[in-house]
Design a protein around this ligand. Structure first.
Ligand code: AMP
Ligand code: MG
Length: 319
């Protein structure tokens, strides 16, 4: 199969109507999309990614008003959050209606819904009479793509079309939330920070897991991983531990080029949004270096720093 990259929304729509896969741009990462109401089309996503089918997918719609088509209940707290953050990097886990096939939800009774904040994909969604199921457009477990080129590098020949929407402006996946007993529960840290959630709803509970979490089955311990082993922690200690090795270094603000063969500084200005936007591209670059080990620095534990640390921890190799 030939993989074409372009900006033709009608072509993308035609392929999706015909049950084919299309890579779509979002503000978080590129998604590998299929008609969410067509179980055969959704199955192709799992096959193409090598993704285990217990791992549920996010369903993308063009407007919050669509939620009630696919969710049997939309709590007021979700509407409050959506007013503030959607379209945007936040996903709501809600009780599903029967029109959502089991393969989308990993057999579970809930569906994850999101309105992506990307003009091209919103336009595409508004032209379709079905929602799009889409996980990140990369082989399962590898670093998420934040550029059409990253998708092409890994899925060339496996999908017919990549809708090119440029670089992803958030650069990490969405924050996944639900409402339990009148409280907002966070299953996954992402593009909307905890502080921003708390500003809107007062308090939130964290239920983030490091294994096959029954609450959020996709939150696997090992994910987002480069091929070169990666270690995560305080840079001084890591540099000492790996002093004899050929190193690549991922850092927040500080330049380490004298200490390694490849260094990616995520934000010289110390801006966590800029760092998040650069994270996955930087990891890919380091993974393409000749290093024996990638050392990744621990980020400040606030704002998007928490989501960045979450990704790096999952990318890290066990000791
Ligand atoms: P992604 O891998 O970025 O497509 O994100 C999908 C993630 O959203 C999964 O790995 C889960 O962590 C979460 N998710 C999706 N659907 C559900 C669901 N029904 N219940 C809980 N978490 C979900
Ligand atoms: Mg993913």
């Amino acid at each position: 199969m030939q993989t074409i990259t372009g900006t033709n929304i009608s072509k993308a729509a035609d392929l999706l109507v015909n049950g084919e896969l299309v890579a779509i741009p979002t503000e978080t990462v590129y998604g590998l999309a299929a008609n969410a109401l067509n179980a055969d089309a959704v199955l192709k996503i799992f096959e193409t990614k090598g993704r285990p089918t217990f791992n549920p997918l996010i369903v993308h719609v063009h407007d919050v008003n669509e939620f009630s088509k696919y969710a049997s209940e939309v709590p007021d707290l979700v509407r409050t959050l959506a007013e503030k953050f959607s379209p945007g990097p936040i996903t709501y886990v809600l009780p599903k209606k029967n029109n959502i096939p089991d393969i989308v939800t990993g057999g579970g009774e809930t569906v994850a819904l999101r309105v992506p904040g990307h003009a091209l994909t919103l336009k595409l969604l508004s032209q379709l009479d079905f929602p799009l199921a889409a996980p990140s457009a990369n082989p399962f477990g590898y670093i998420s793509p934040v550029d059409a080129r990253h998708v092409k590098d890994q899925l060339d020949g496996k999908i017919p079309y990549i809708l090119d929407g440029g670089q992803c402006m958030i650069g990490i996946e969405s924050t996944v939330v639900t409402v339990i007993d009148g409280k907002v529960v966070v299953y996954r840290l992402g593009g909307v920070s905890l502080e921003d959630l708390v500003d809107v709803v007062g308090e939130v509970e964290l239920r983030i897991n490091n294994s096959s979490n029954p609450n959020s089955p996709g939150q696997l311990k090992s994910h987002y991983a480069p091929r070169i082993p990666l270690r995560f922690g305080k840079m001084d200690a890591l540099l000492e531990e790996f002093s004899g090795k050929k190193k690549a270094i991922l850092s927040f603000t500080k330049n380490y080029s004298d200490d390694c063969i490849a260094n990616q500084v995520l934000s010289y200005a110390g801006d966590l949004h800029e760092a998040a936007r650069n994270l996955f591209t930087a990891l890919r670059k380091l993974d393409n270096s000749e290093a024996e080990i990638i050392l990744a620095e621990k980020f400040p534990e606030h704002g998007l720093g928490l989501a960045i640390n979450d990704r790096l921890e999952r990318a890290a190799t066990e000791k």
